[in-house]
Design a protein around this ligand. Sequence first.
Ligand SMILES: [Zn+2]
Length: 297
Amino acid sequence: MNIIDRTRESMGWNNPFQTRRTDQIRKIVIHHSATAGGNMAAFENAWRNKGWRNGGYHEIILLSGDVELCYVPTTVTNGAFGHNTNAYHICVVGNFRTNGAQPSVVQIRSLMTRVRHNMKRFSVPVSKVKGHKELNPTICPGMKMADFRNTLHQSQGVVNSDLTVRLTGSQGQTVLGVNFRRGAGTNHARIRTLAKGTMFETLGRSGLWTRVCIGNDEGWISTRFTRRAAGRILNQGEGQTTARVNFRIGAGTNHARIRTLPQGQMLQVLGRDGDWQRVRIGDRTGFVHQRYTRFNL
Ligand SMILES: [Zn+2]
């Protein structure tokens, strides 16, 4: 999830219609864009045509799962008539229905991350995370808001594209090279071939096939070639030691040891040199043997 700061590019950003203090923010309001695609620049045309000075949303979750920050929280935006003064508005790009199209897994993941972040930032309780439709007569954002709020209660919870709760911790890893397919069967098109050791997030099961998410892609792999991995989901570029392991200045046991890392140490993965992984821990870079680490590259 990349965060793109457009708070100094948005329509009327330096000439807000109304401002507030951040301690006046009492609720987070979720929207959909009711469009197949688009971004802030595209939506601004519609906002301008309505004669608005400022846009509708503080943040937009794009189809890619990346986030555009459109307005600083002290600017009041035009998201929900009669509720804007104390609302922080987040929009998910797409046209969703309660029993139909839903945000993608990457969008949901970004949305949950941003909602949690803003709940903490503005001290907004779960009960005050609202769908636009709970405030005004609209179907926006087309999500089951009670399910959404239930998911926010789960500490490690993420939601699948039906917005039903599933818990993470069900991370897996391929044990051989395996085809990643669009559907649950060898008759379905191959997205690509996954290398042995590829980490994935498990989304569901169908017969002998497991539905998984890898980066931005959802697809299926044969369950036979997978194993469950313990521990929390690693973000892309993150690693973690699986045992006590030496952190060295070079790629080999002949290189000096910086220190010994405990099991479970989080790492930032920088590159590979043979069986050694170049990593960063804090502001120190060095090498650890890949046998004692797990990664999401
Ligand atoms: Zn809305």
